[in-house]
Design a protein around this ligand. Structure first.
Ligand code: IOT
Ligand code: MG
Ligand code: MG
Length: 505
């Protein structure tokens, strides 16, 4: 396994009682592929692994059980302590999980802090699991005697229609469902009967802490999340110069023997280059600036929807500049750290200083993130890179969500607790810099709006037009399996605009 990415970053698995074979899958993630085939008395397991050089390390067998594991763990040390004393420590995450499955059965997934999707199979049974945040999306199609699962919905587009399961249906793919975040599905293969178990839920209660204790808890949790994500290899931090990504860059730089790498994207219309430069200089990173022309940025819309399999136009606007950046990084596969997701538990998007509204926003966002796929590793994998998000580490998220709102907005500042935690690490101007969303700092929202306005979308219906564009692209690249380079974006935009003009009349 390279320190830059986990053994596998995605998979398709087909488990059957009667042989059969996997329909050749389509994936957006760019990685080497390996197939894995296993036949036992009562089943066949066929897997296609998206891997980074050592596919065998993504599969493990023990006591008649097989595990296929895409992603990585961030609490290995804690998990090692659960193994019987004297036992040799498992050499990889798959071996560790299967060893603990032997002890805890499906409850092992309550113990993991990680970024993963997994399948465990044993006689008559398939167990599918997502991490707490569903950050590696997992889709499933179940019929009696057959369970198909994949980390991209489009990989299941040729699956025979499956039966309903207690999970979210995927638009346009009958019988394909997305396994919820923080969930294990325990499936009886013969009947297709499927029982869900929640392994994580966002905290609903709020903790009252003295300022210092809260600041200290946040600092320690984020530090640990950055440390467990940067073991080996030089990380590359996607840096805007805002408090979230600057924190990640600074903490990564503090523990690294060599300077870390940072990269900042902008367009010909807008950038945050001066802000990012201040941070890069301060942390001593090898820094790069990448300017993406707006025409190229907008051309990446189909790639964004292809990678994230997301239907939400706001989320697509956040992910579009990042996708454009990931495909431009080039070179060998990198381990990318982001500050993505910090604004969700801290209420950073809401520019809201009234505490009830702030907590309402946090509750809403923590109830609705599932299925948006904004954390998916496929986004960076279209450029051949592995990405990971320290703020959505399970322990960081538990700390951040549960702080009472008055610690998130305090002394007239948003995200106060995080800013205070960084006050002795980052320059003052960075600590107090007001929030700017990636969709604003890159001019993405405005250029996407202009694209629709130019096509004739009524000014008050631009958001609806964006929704239609995203939906149409989804239907082409996910449901239809088309490559994003083959999407006629102009035609899609015109169609969306004309539908709304027609409706307005
Ligand atoms: P923002 O917080 O500005 O950016 C998210 C991350 O993207 C940053 O931490 C940084 O790592 C990277 N990034 C941003 N701008 C640049 C840039 N110019 N160059 C390089 N890297 C950059 C939207 C937002 O405001 O992004 N994301 C929010 C909210 C998500 C809402 N989701 C939800 N409600 N389910 C976030 O929390 O990240
Ligand atoms: Mg942010
Ligand atoms: Mg920002």
């Amino acid at each position: 396994m390279t320190p830059n990415s986990p053994a596998a970053i995605g998979f398709l698995t087909e488990l059957r009682q009667d042989g059969g074979h996997v329909p050749a899958p389509t994936f957006a993630a760019r990685a080497s592929r390996a197939t894995w085939h296993e036949r036992t008395a009562d089943r066949t397991l066929h897997a296609v692994l998206l891997h980074s050089g050592a596919p065998d390390e993504a599969c493990a067998r023990a006591r008649g059980r097989t595990l296929v594991f895409a992603g990585e763990l961030y609490n290995r040390d804690e998990l090692h302590r659960l193994l019987p004393p004297g036992r040799a420590l498992p050499g990889n995450d798959a071996a560790l999980v299967i060893a603990l499955f032997g002890v805890y059965d499906l409850h092992v997934f309550r113990l993991l802090n990680g970024r993963f999707a997994a399948l465990v199979t044993e006689s008559g049974r398939a167990v599918l699991a997502t991490d707490h945040a569903g950050s590696v999306p997992l889709y499933v199609s179940v019929a009696p005697g057959r369970v198909l699962a994949a980390t991209e919905a489009k990989a299941l587009r040729n699956a025979p229609a499956g039966r309903p399961v207690p999970a979210r249906p995927v638009r346009g793919l009958p019988g394909t469902h997305q396994v919820p975040a923080g969930t294990v599905l325990d499936i009886e293969v013969a009947t297709g009967k499927c029982v869900p178990h929640r392994t994580w839920a966002p905290p609903l209660a709020r903790r009252i802490l003295p300022e210092e204790e809260a600041v200290d808890a946040v600092r320690r949790a984020v530090e640990r999340a950055v440390r467990t994500r940067t073991a080996g290899g030089t990380p590359l931090v996607v840096l805007s110069g805002g408090i979230d990504s600057s924190t990640v860059a600074a903490l990564a730089a503090r523990r690294a023997a060599r300077p870390v790498d940072t990269v900042s994207m902008g367009t010909d219309e807008a950038d945050e280059f001066p802000q990012a430069r201040v941070v890069a200089r301060h942390v001593g990173s090898a820094h790069r600036e990448i300017t993406v022309p707006t025409t190229e940025l907008l051309r990446r819309l189909p790639h964004t929807v292809w990678a994230a399999e997301c239907l939400d136009p706001d989320i697509v606007e956040y992910l579009l500049p990042l996708t454009a950046l990931y495909v431009r990084i080039g070179g060998p596969g990198r381990r990318v750290l982001t500050g993505y997701g910090a604004d969700i538990p801290l209420g950073g998007m809401h520019r809201e200083n009234r505490l009830p509204r702030l907590d309402t926003a946090v509750c809403h966002d923590m109830e609705t993130f599932d299925g948006l796929n904004e954390m998916t590793p496929t986004l960076s994998a279209v450029g051949g890179h592995w990405s990971t998000h320290p703020y959505w580490d399970r322990d960081v998220l538990d700390v951040l969500v549960s702080l009472e709102a008055g610690l998130k907005h305090r002394h007239g500042q948003d995200k106060w607790v995080l800013r205070a935690a960084m006050s002795d690490v980052l320059p003052h101007e960075v600590v107090v810099r007001p929030k700017l969303g990636v969709h604003e700092g890159s001019g993405t929202s405005s250029s996407f709006s202009r694209l629709l306005a130019d096509a004739g979308a009524p000014p008050d219906r631009v958001r609806q037009a964006k929704r239609l564009v995203v939906r149409e692209i989804f239907d082409q690249v996910v449901v239809g399996g088309r490559h994003p380079d083959d999407v006629a974006l102009d035609a899609v935009v015109e169609l969306a605009a004309s539908r709304l003009t027609g409706a307005a009349r």
